[in-house]
Design a protein around this ligand. Sequence first.
Ligand code: FMN
Length: 378
Amino acid sequence: MDLDTFYPAISDLRARARRRIPHFAWEFLDSGTGTGDAMARNRAALKNVLLQPGILKGEVAPDLSTQFLGQTLSAPFGIAPVGMSGLMWPDGERLLARLGADHSIPYCMSNVSTQTPEHVAPHLGDMGWFQLYAPRDLKIRADMLARVQGAGFHTLVLTVDVPVASRRERQRRGGLKQPPRLTPRILAQVATCPAWALRVLRYGMPQMRFMQEYSNNSGSLSSTAHIGYLLRTAPDWQYLRSLRDEWPGKLIVKGVLQADEAPKLVAEGVDAIWVSNHAGRQFDAAPASLDALAPIRAAVGPEMPLIYDGGIEGGLDILRAVALGADLVMLGRAFHYGLGAFGARGAAHVVDILTQDINANLGQMGVATPPEARNHLI
Ligand SMILES: Cc1cc2nc3c(=O)[nH]c(=O)nc-3n(C[C@H](O)[C@H](O)[C@H](O)COP(=O)(O)O)c2cc1C
């Protein structure tokens, strides 16, 4: 099937994925927290950014190559960490790692993936980032870092916008439990999604394999409670400092919306700041990620690498974020809509959609590179 004709937009992939992913997993992927206001705010803020088209600029050949933290990427976007990727599409982590390597775009693996770093590592190429929730036990942290580094992940992302778990009412209503259990209700949902069910038979029931290895080795708490305990310390500045000392590679802090804190992160030796409200999944009163971007850029100056995520639905949105100061834009849900719709082919189609859309919109402005969009901000 010609995906370009029948599925030209990420919203088309979303609609198909919704039918092919069991409801409980869909609600996990597609929801925010509370009444979904922060999630909606992300979209509204993007739509509000206007860019001036260009006239009489002659022919322009687009060039999307992007320098980021010492690497050359093929485009100014990458794959954000999504916990339990394999729940949305079994073995999703491996497929996304391969996608990142094939296209020279970063793949950031979540700490709470359904696969271990070692399983995914052979597929990473040199595009592997690893996202960490702050483990409370520093011995466990040291072990995780050694494994992640040994497996070939060169960039570590510390997520700081989950000081406590969010309630995520829609996700609760959807019926997801950790670890996922095949109750009659869940089985009824799975029965309507044969492609997903076949993949579970092949790859096993999705669960947090990396975290479970730690909970199995220690303690008598039930595995979910224990995983929560091990993971959910709320990191502070001292924690960041010690992590900076311990991790030899690039270090990024993810989930920053506060312009007044950003220079302090620079002073702590962080290599990049990731502006994000966690796709509206943590704090429903949070501002749109996009509204935090320009103030943070102003606070840290032009040289500090900045990443943006939240609500991206096409290449034009990427240009909007770049226009407001981002160097790199990451997407979480979009790649999983692609996976759910057509597996690896669907995720690759997301790359195509974004690339084509960036090229088309650069053409409208008559500029060759995404950062030139900054001169077109209205
Ligand atoms: C289902 C789901 C799970 C996520 N899990 C994680 C996670 O484990 N770690 C993390 O730092 N961010 C996580 N995020 C946030 C993403 O990394 C990213 O910030 C967000 O998805 C970007 O917004 P978008 O989905 O609209 O592109 C998750 C997001 C979603 C949708």
